[in-house]
Ligand binder design. Structure first.
Ligand code: ATP
Ligand code: MG
Length: 411
């Protein structure tokens, strides 16, 4: 049994010892059977949430209304969810009501795909009412029950079908695919935040290029609440090969850059996808640099100014993406190589990284503090970044005094 499942065994054992049924369920069972690295270990139990909380003193009632309690065992956390059915899907979105049940098979029936609808007990025995094992062996994503009904209940499942097919390298079963095409329009009912979370997993996943191709072929890119179609994403999806980039935000930088949307528009999408502020900044800054790069003169000084404005990380990320995908670069490869070497030579990106500080400068210049300090330090930064001045105290001070000599009345 996989190490992660072994670690989680005490959760199953404690529930069983209290007289409840408990199983590993969903993605962890699928991945264990495939021999893939397991993500989260989820557990399903006949115990009601109150009973789960009583058995595990360390817990957080994360989704108590839906029967989910997060429990902590040996420093790890697990989601323990009471067996349940779902009903009353409002507007093709998640269910408004759940009912607890006593049988694991009824719980498995509410799950999206056969490969996600298996449970495993403490002895490694698999409960597989819908042929998930055979679909795993044949590499097929198939809805549990009627695909039309399942997609009508929760339209996000269509996006998930694409994601799992790309992630696992599986085909989508013909009946599931046809239903997906028929129901694609229902995706407009789903909050962009939920779609964004799935898209993010696709972009960062095992095969973002296949995910993009399937997403486009399924027409789902036209049917999101605000259609992704409007910003050129599909046109670019065939043009760039995302899998060549390290799985992370570099792929998002590449996607937005290739789709020719403004950095502001990309930012807007990402905030609707509920990406965190830090991530948005890390993606937005290289995009701003991208937008400006085409029109700067090919001089060390101009590149240095651009790199200083957006920061070392943004410049390095942008160069990584452009070198991996020269097709979307606004400048030729030899220039990228030069810019890359120049970037590596920039000694300081902020006044604080200069070997001279403002107070020292004011003393040496015999002037009172004022805006002139920042202005002068910025000049020093630019000149060091452009390779015209070493980041050494004496050299910086001499240069600063010379600059000040030329503007005697500077404030
Ligand atoms: P991953 O490794 O990507 O997390 P996962 O299978 O664990 O894959 P989750 O989104 O974490 O996927 O969901 C956990 C399980 O919950 C799924 O395996 C599936 O059984 C069930 N599930 C999740 N979302 C839905 C949904 N929209 N409709 C039906 N069942 C779902
Ligand atoms: Mg999961």
């Amino acid at each position: 049994m996989d190490g992660k499942l072994k670690d989680a065994m005490p959760v199953i054992e404690r529930l069983s010892a209290a007289g409840h049924q408990a199983y590993f369920v969903g993605g962890c069972v699928r991945d264990a059977l495939l021999g893939r690295p397991i993500g989260d270990v989820d557990i399903a139990t006949s115990a009601r949430p109150e009973a789960v909380m009583a058995i595990f003193p360390k817990h957080v009632p994360t989704g108590i209304r839906h029967g989910t309690v997060t429990v902590f065992v040996k420093g790890r956390s697990y989601e323990v969810t009471t067996f349940r059915t779902e009903s009353d899907y409002d507007d093709h979105r998640r269910p408004s009501d759940v009912a607890f049940v006593d049988d694991i098979r009824t719980d498995l029936k509410r799950r999206d795909f056969t490969v996600n609808a298996m449970a495993m007990d403490a002895d490694g025995r698999v409960i597989d009412p819908f042929g998930g094992m055979s679909d795993l062996e044949r590499g097929v994503i198939r809805c549990v029950g009627s695909p039309d009904e399942r997609f009508r209940e929760d339209a996000l499942r269509m996006v998930r079908a694409v994601r799992f097919a790309a992630e696992l390298g599986f085909r989508i079963a013909p009946s599931t695919w046809r239903a997906l095409r028929r129901n694609a329009g229902l995706l407009r009912h789903i909050a962009l935040e939920r779609v964004g979370a799935e898209l993010d997993k696709m972009v960062r996943g095992a095969d973002p290029d296949r995910a993009a191709a399937l997403f486009i072929r399924s027409c789902l890119w036209r049917t999101t609440k605000t259609p992704l179609e409007t910003n050129g994403l599909p046109a670019c999806a065939g043009k760039v090969k995302l899998s060549g980039l390290e799985a992370g935000d570099l792929r998002w930088i590449a996607l937005w850059a290739a789709s020719n949307v403004s950095p502001e528009a990309a930012h807007h999408w990402m905030s609707q996808f509920a990406f965190g502020k830090k991530r948005m900044r890390a993606i937005f800054a290289p995009l701003e640099l991208h937008a400006a790069a085409a029109s700067i003169p090919d001089t060390r000084e101009a590149w240095a100014a651009l790199a200083l404005r957006h920061g070392r990380q943004a410049a390095a990320d942008w160069l990584d993406v452009m070198r991996a995908l020269p097709g979307i670069s606004p400048v030729p490869a030899d220039r990228l190589a030069r810019w890359s070497a120049w970037l590596a030579d920039i000694p300081a990106f902020a006044a604080a990284e200069l070997a001279l500080d403002g107070t020292e400068l004011a003393e040496a210049a015999g002037r009172k503090g004022g805006p002139w300090i920042k202005r002068t330090m910025d000049r020093l930064l630019l000149e060091t970044a452009a390779g015209r001045l070493p980041n050494e105290r004496r050299a910086l001070l001499e240069r600063a005094l010379r600059i000040l000599d030329n503007e005697p009345d500077g404030k």
